[in-house]
Ligand binder design. Structure first.
Ligand code: SF4
Ligand code: ZN
Length: 307
């Protein structure tokens, strides 16, 4: 990009080209437009109100760390709002220790209240212990499915316990489109109700229009301390196949992820009325089945929630 200037300020050397919009941006303009686009997303989906009590799910990874910093900047302008962070310690040896420390340090630096809770406390076993049991008892469930379902369950429980209005997660455009595809491939007919929830706590995803690449670049430019150890179970994830396919597709056909999200959101609106809502006969939570996934998993593992 020798001699070329940023397409916004026309002053500085560009460091990034947005393939789907054609913009070529310097680091300052990239960061500015990044925040602007998150604010726009929040208002487009009416995600936040001026006096919300907001919990951010912070794993300590680059996406959630960035979300915490961005919401901190945005919410500074709304003194009646409250912001706190929730971290779930799944109990993954050699992985969680580092990200827990990163999350704790970030919250300390920003002066944000940090709630840490664990699978061990909530369910009596760590993820590592559950995976060992699944191998011994031939319970066929992938570590990421187990981890994802229980983490979401515990996050919601904590959010309710803390009387939060909003639970914010750092799912990016890539994550959300991957989830839609995964749901289709798994034959989950209720893909449409998982985008945004309107019940308290409202589940919001302020990065839903932001490609993961741009979140990573923002985190890098801001110099956030990022995790060096990957999770040892990541290899087993079906999501990886879908992620790799979508990354390649997006590289060849920029803008595909936006198009896909747009289509899925449209289906969500038109099909919304058709979705069957039931209550789990064990825990009473909303579910599309008689026994929800959480209760099904806990009974397979002979576990109970401690709350
Ligand atoms: Fe959990 Fe899978 Fe992520 Fe590891 S890679 S933290 S097991 S969802
Ligand atoms: Zn249940």
């Amino acid at each position: 990009m020798m001699g070329i200037k940023c397409s916004l300020c026309k002053k500085y050397k560009p460091i990034f080209k947005r393939p789907y919009s054609g913009e070529i941006l310097c680091s300052k303009c990239f960061s500015k437009t990044f925040i602007k686009r998150i604010v726009k997303t929040i208002s487009r989906y009416n995600m936040l109100h001026f006096n919300d009590k907001i919990g951010v799910a912070v794993s300590g990874g680059k996406d959630s760390l960035t979300l915490l910093h961005v919401l901190y900047e945005i919410e500074k302008k709304f003194p009646q709002s409250q912001l706190l962070a929730i971290t779930i310690d799944e109990g993954i040896e050699g992985y969680r220790e580092e990200s827990l420390k990163i999350a704790t340090d970030a919250c300390k630096k920003l002066g944000i209240k940090h709630i840490i809770t664990s699978f061990k406390e909530a369910y009596g076993k760590t993820l590592d212990e559950m995976i060992k049991i699944s191998q011994e008892k031939n319970i066929f469930i992938s570590p990421c499915t187990l981890c994802g379902i229980l983490r979401r369950h515990l996050l919601f429980h904590k959010a309710k316990d803390l009387n939060l209005d909003v639970l914010a997660t750092a799912h990016t455009l890539d994550d959300i489109v991957q989830t839609y595809f995964l749901n289709i491939l798994r034959g989950d007919v209720n893909i449409f109700e998982k985008a945004i929830s309107y019940e308290k706590p409202r589940l919001i995803t302020p990065f839903r229009l932001m490609p993961e690449k741009e979140v990573a670049l923002y985190a890098h430019l801001k110099g956030y301390y990022l995790q060096s150890v990957p999770c040892k179970y990541a290899y087993s994830s079906a999501r990886n196949f879908v992620r790799n396919f979508l990354i390649q597709y997006e590289e060849n056909y920029p803008g595909t992820l936006y198009t896909a999200l747009h289509v899925f959101e449209k289906i969500k609106l038109t099909e919304k009325q058709e979705i069957r809502k039931e209550k789990c006969i064990i825990c009473g939570e909303n579910s599309s089945r008689k026994i929800c996934r959480v209760c099904e998993i806990l009974s397979k593992f002979d576990l109970k929630t401690n709350f």
